[in-house]
Design a protein around this ligand. Structure first.
Ligand SMILES: *Cc1c(COP(=O)(O)O)cnc(C)c1O
Length: 399
């Protein structure tokens, strides 16, 4: 549960102090211990029954499937970052999202989902909503058409801002106003916002915030985890659902994420500075058609990013002018310092190619070509630029 203990201090300070309240007799280690447990023992039947009676509403140690002290410490840190009431952890970011959707939607309901949603969430909607009796439709990634898409049964609006791959940004306070007027809750995927460090959807009116701790929060490409944080008013609906589904994470994984989170602020400032430098360099390159990165003044989402976010991260995407088949792949295959692979948020630079026309159904991305998505890691920016330069030079007579 978030406390007032750190009231008034910067998020960067909270990152070092939250999630460490695991006192034992004698002195205390700086970091919370890894507490592995399935069975928890009680002194009497009465005590066991008392804990069982209270564990649905209070966070108590009762059984391994109901969480462990290491995970509780990480929950506290994320609650503080997001500015929420409480947090629950899930084995992956995707599990956190599907658990939130299942908890707040019931047969007969309709959900509006951003066109810029993380791909596997679109897949979940396509494959599983029908069997739950849930209807869904997509709205434009910048939120421009949402007013006309509400149905009387719309109970949830699911946003991801900036969106996956192209970083479209919605005016969240305006969207929340419309959603609440229609009786719908707002859930936001805040993975781009580093679990509350760069962006706090709850403070902009959202009810539920979800993030993949797999990315920046852990930061080292060695663990997968998701988190859901909510306002107090909608917490219990979610908490009961997650308990009923048997959701928890291992203390070892929670400890890894806690360890990574302590350096989040320092890592992000390097990722963001390097991504902006790469973005500017690519925007000037004669082989490049356009660059997408919200911190670039010419990015369509720049004004909203500047208004609502406290910083940016290492993600950027660009397209080549030469859209002949195989050219983007040839450039990517020639990169030496960027690993070819999914995910992002670790210390290392990554690259992958994507066809936005295949993963957007509202916005028309045909004609904008294949995009190359980069994650700028913690390497020296000059080395990354030199690598991009040599990789782009493989394009024959390209421009
Ligand atoms: C990676 C990602 C997820 C899913 O996280 P996993 O831990 O890989 O399941 C969800 N949302 C966004 C925006 C992501 O980038």
């Amino acid at each position: 549960m978030s406390t007032d203990k750190h009231r008034g201090v910067a998020l960067r300070t909270r990152l070092q102090h939250a999630g460490r309240d695991t006192r034992v007799e004698g002195g205390s280690p700086v970091n919370p211990p890894i507490v592995r447990a399935s069975t928890i023992l009680f002194d009497s039947v009465a005590e066991l029954e008392d804990v069982r009676a209270r564990r649905s509403t209070e966070r108590l140690l009762s059984y391994g499937a109901r969480g462990n002290p290491t995970a509780f410490a990480l929950e506290d840190l994320i609650s503080e970052l997001e500015g929420g009431y409480r947090t629950r952890l899930f084995p992956t970011g995707l599990a956190a999202i599907t658990q939130a959707l299942i908890a707040y939607l019931k047969p007969g309901d309709h959900v509006l989902i951003t066109d810029a949603v993380y791909g596997p969430v679109r897949n979940f909607a396509l494959r599983f909503f029908e069997r739950y009796g849930i209807r869904y439709s997509f709205f434009a990634a910048d939120g421009s058409d949402i007013a006309q898409r509400y149905l009387p049964e719309t109970r949830l609006v699911y946003v991801e801002s900036p969106g996956s791959l192209a970083y479209e940004i919605v005016d969240l306070p305006a969207l929340v106003q419309g959603a609440h007027a229609h009786g719908a809750l707002v859930a936001a995927d805040n993975t781009w916002g580093a679990g509350g460090y760069l962006y706090q959807p709850l403070r902009h009116g959202a009810d539920i915030v979800i993030s993949a701790a797999t990315k920046y929060l852990s930061g080292h490409s060695d663990v997968v985890m998701g988190a859901v944080t909510t306002r107090e008013a909608v917490w219990q609906t979610f908490n009961l659902s997650a308990d009923a589904h048997g959701m928890t994470v291992s203390p070892d994984d929670a400890w890894l994420v806690l360890r990574g989170a302590r350096t989040l602020a320092s890592r992000l400032s390097v990722h963001a500075a390097t991504a902006l430098e790469l973005s500017r360099w690519l925007a000037e390159h004669e082989a490049v058609a356009y660059v997408l990165h919200p911190a670039l003044p010419e990015d369509p989402g720049h004004a909203l990013w500047k208004r609502d976010f406290s910083g940016s991260n290492g993600l950027l995407s660009f397209a080549l002018k030469d859209q002949r088949p195989g050219r983007a792949e040839a450039v990517v295959d020639n990169l030496r310092l960027f690993g070819i692979g999914a995910s992002w948020g670790g210390f290392e630079s990554l690259v992958m190619v994507a066809e936005l026309s295949n993963v957007r159904s509202v916005s028309d991305w045909r004609g904008r070509g294949t995009i190359i998505r980069l994650h700028a890691g913690l390497e020296a920016p000059g080395d990354l630029i030199a690598d991009l330069e040599q990789a782009l030079s493989v394009l024959p007579n390209a421009y």
